[in-house]
Ligand binder design. Structure first.
Ligand code: ATP
Ligand code: MG
Ligand code: FE
Length: 361
C-alpha cells in the first residue's frame, strides 16, 4: 500500500511516499522538504499568513519531486495522509486541502494524521527502530511531553510542560543572545565553546515529584544574566539591544549554561518516567531531539543503567512529510485507518491533544 504524506502544520512543507506492506516498518520511497525558515527570519518568528501562502507554492512541486524519486506516478498512490493538527490553522488547511483535492481526483481515501503522532513514530524510520512499549520524550518547538506508548495509537500522557516547550526555551534564550530565529541549533553550536558552570541557571521542577516541566523561568534567568553582564560592560547600561555588549565568551557561557539546564531536566524527568512505568526503552522525538548534548547525556545515562534510547534520523527530527506518511502506514498495518474515509469532506484541528486521539481514524 503506497501512501503519500503531506505535512504543512507550521513552517516546513514536507511531502513523502511510503510503501506499507502487511508487516515490517513501512519503507520510505521518496521524501522532499522545503523549509521557510529564511522567509520568516526577518520577522523573528513564523508569520502565519506568509506560511500558508508559501505552502501553496511548494506542495505540488514537492509532490512531483517525491514521485520522481520513487519512479512512480500519482495513479500509483493508494492513499493520502495529511497533517490535520495541531498547528497553524491556515497552514494546515493548505496541506489538507491539497490532500483532499488529490483524493477526490484519484478516488483514493485521505487520512488526517496527528502531527505529534508523526514525531513520536519517526524513530521507526531510523536504522535502529524501537519496539513497543516505550516511554517517549517529545521535545519540539511547541510541545514537551512524556508519554507511555504501548502501541500505535495507544498513547498515555505522563507529564508535560506547564508553560514553555523545551524548543521554545532554546529559541527564546537564543533570541536574548541575538542568535536569530529559530535559535535552537545556533545556541547549541555556541554552547560547544562555552563553560556550562560559568553562571548558575535554575533546573525548574526537577524535584516537583511529578513528570511535568516548566521552562518559562529559565528564559527569565537567561534575561537576568544577560542584563547583568550587559550592565557590567564598559559601554554602560543595557539598551533594548541587550545582547550587544556581551563578549563572545560570555555569550557562549550563557548558551552552555542554559542548554545544560534544559538538558539536565529533560534527562532526569525521562529517567523518572522510565522508573515510574517500569519500562526500559526511551524514544526521543521532535526538533530538540537533534541536540547533540541531549543525545550524549541520554546515551550516557542509558548506558549506566542498561536502558535503550532511540532517536529519529537527524533530518527527520524536525517537521517532515515522511513521519506523516509513516504514521499512516503504521496505522494501516495496525488496522487503525478507517477503510471508508471519503475524500473531500475535511476539517483541521489546530488544537488537538495527542491523548484525545480516537483509536481509529
Ligand atoms: P510542534 O511539533 O510542537 O508543533 P515544531 O514542529 O515547530 O513544533 P519541531 O519542528 O519538531 O517543532 O522542532 C523545532 C524546534 O526544535 C525549534 O524550537 C528548534 O529551535 C529546535 N531545535 C532544532 N534543532 C535543535 C538543536 N540542535 N538543539 C536544540 N534545539 C533544536
Ligand atoms: Mg519548523
Ligand atoms: Fe513539529
Amino acid at each position: 500500500m503506497r501512501i503519500l504524506g503531506i505535512e504543512s502544520s507550521c513552517d516546513e512543507t514536507g511531502v513523502a511516499l511510503v510503501d506499507a506492506g502487511s508487516e515490517g516498518v513501512p519503507r520510505l520511497l521518496g521524501h522532499a522538504l522545503h523549509s521557510q525558515i529564511e522567509m520568516h527570519q526577518a520577522y523573528g518568528g513564523v508569520v502565519p499568513e506568509l506560511a500558508s501562502r508559501d505552502h501553496i507554492r511548494r506542495v505540488l512541486p514537492l509532490t512531483d519531486a517525491v514521485l520522481a524519486q520513487a519512479g512512480l506516478a500519482l495513479a500509483d498512490v493508494d492513499a493520502i495522509a495529511c497533517t490535520r493538527g495541531p498547528g497553524l490553522a491556515g497552514a494546515l488547511l493548505v496541506g489538507t486541502g491539497v490532500a483532499h483535492a488529490l483524493g477526490v481526483a484519484l478516488g483514493k481515501p485521505v487520512h488526517g494524521i496527528h502531527h505529534l503522532e508523526g514525531h513520536l513514530l519517526s524513530p521507526f524510520l531510523s536504522a535502529d527502530p524501537p519496539e513497543f512499549p516505550f516511554v517517549a520524550l517529545l521535545v519540539s518547538g511547541g510541545h514537551t511531553q512524556l508519554m507511555r506508548v504501548d502501541g500505535v495509537g495507544r498513547y498515555e500522557l505522563l507529564g508535560e510542560t506547564i508553560d514553555d516547550a523545551a524548543g521554545e526555551a532554546f529559541d527564546k534564550s537564543a533570541k536574548l543572545l541575538g542568535l536569530g530565529y529559530p535559535g535552537g541549533p545556533a545556541l547549541a553550536r555556541l554552547a560547544e565553546q562555552g563553560d556550562a558552570a560559568a553562571y548558575k541557571f535554575p533546573r525548574p521542577m526537577l524535584h516537583s515529584g511529578d513528570l511535568d516541566f516548566s521552562f518559562a523561568g529559565l528564559k527569565t534567568a537567561v534575561l537576568t544574566q544577560v542584563k547583568r553582564l550587559a550592565r557590567a560592560a564598559p559601554e554602560g547600561p543595557a539598551t533594548s539591544r541587550l545582547a550587544d555588549p556581551l563578549s563572545e565568551r560570555e555569550k557562549a557561557d550563557v548558551a552552555a549554561g542554559a542548554q545544560a539546564a534544559i538538558v539536565e531536566v529533560l534527562v532526569k524527568k525521562s529517567l523518572a518516567a522510565l522508573k515510574a512505568t517500569g519500562l526500559r526503552r526511551l524514544v526521543v522525538a521532535g526538533g530538540v531531539g537533534a541536540n547533540t548534548h541531549l543525545r550524549a547525556q541520554l546515551n550516557q545515562a542509558a548506558a549506566e543503567r542498561g536502558l535503550r534510547v532511540h532517536y529519529p534520523e537527524l533530518a527527520l527530527c524536525t517537521d517532515n512529510g515522511a513521519m506523516i506518511a509513516l504514521a499512516a502506514g503504521l496505522r494501516a498495518q495496525a488496522g487503525l485507518l478507517a477503510a471508508d474515509v471519503g475524500a473531500g469532506r475535511f476539517d483541521v484541528a489546530p488544537r488537538w491533544p495527542l491523548a484525545d486521539l480516537a483509536p481509529l481514524f
